[in-house]
Design a binder for this molecule. Structure first.
Ligand SMILES: [Zn+2]
Length: 155
C-alpha cells in the first residue's frame, strides 16, 4: 500500500497516481502530544519520465489532529501542498534507489510533509487560552524581581 512508481509502467507514457496513503506507511515518528497524524494522506500525482530521471508533480493533502498549545482545545490542521514537485534522478551519484523496477515515493512525501507541520499549533492566531491567566497573575502579584531591585538600589 505504499506509494510506488513502477518504471516499466512509464515506458512511453505518463502515469497518474491518485489515492490514499495510510498514515502508518508514512511513519512520521511524532513524539509531540500536540500533533497527531491519524488520517490517511491523499495524493493526486502526475509522474513522467524526463532526461535521466523522474518528475513527479501534483497535490498532497493531509489533515492532522492537533491540540492548541494555548487553550488545549482540539483542532484540525490541514496541510495541503497543491503544487508539490519532486525530481528524482535515475542516474549519477544522487540517483534514487530502484527496487524491482519500483521507486518508492513515500520517504520524499514524508520529508516534505514534515516540513509543513506546525511547530506550535494554535486554534486561532489571537487565542489567549491559558497563558493570559498566567500573565495576569505575574503582573498583579508581588514580584520577587522588584524586591531584589529595591535591595540593590539601597546599596
Ligand atoms: Zn486555543
Amino acid at each position: 500500500m505504499s506509494l510506488k512508481v513502477n518504471l516499466r509502467h512509464l515506458e512511453g507514457r505518463d502515469l497518474h497516481l491518485e489515492g490514499e496513503l495510510p498514515v502508518e506507511e508514512l511513519d512520521f515518528g511524532l513524539s509531540d502530544e500536540m500533533i497527531q497524524a491519524r488520517r490517511p494522506l491523499h495524493y493526486d500525482l502526475h509522474v513522467e519520465k524526463v532526461a535521466h530521471g523522474l518528475l513527479v508533480q501534483g497535490k498532497l493533502d493531509l489533515t492532522l489532529d492537533c491540540q492548541c498549545v494555548r487553550c488545549l482545545n482540539p483542532l484540525e490542521k490541514r496541510i495541503e501542498l497543491p503544487h508539490w514537485t519532486l525530481h528524482l534522478p535515475l542516474e549519477g551519484e544522487e540517483k534514487v534507489s530502484v527496487d524491482n523496477d519500483c521507486v518508492d515515493l513515500t520517504p520524499f512525501v514524508r520529508e516534505d510533509m514534515l516540513l509543513e507541520f506546525p511547530q506550535h499549533p494554535v486554534c486561532k492566531p489571537d487565542c489567549e487560552g491559558l497563558s493570559k491567566k498566567r500573565r495576569g497573575n505575574a503582573e498583579t502579584g508581588p514580584s520577587a524581581w522588584n524586591e531584589l531591585d529595591k535591595l540593590n538600589f539601597r546599596k
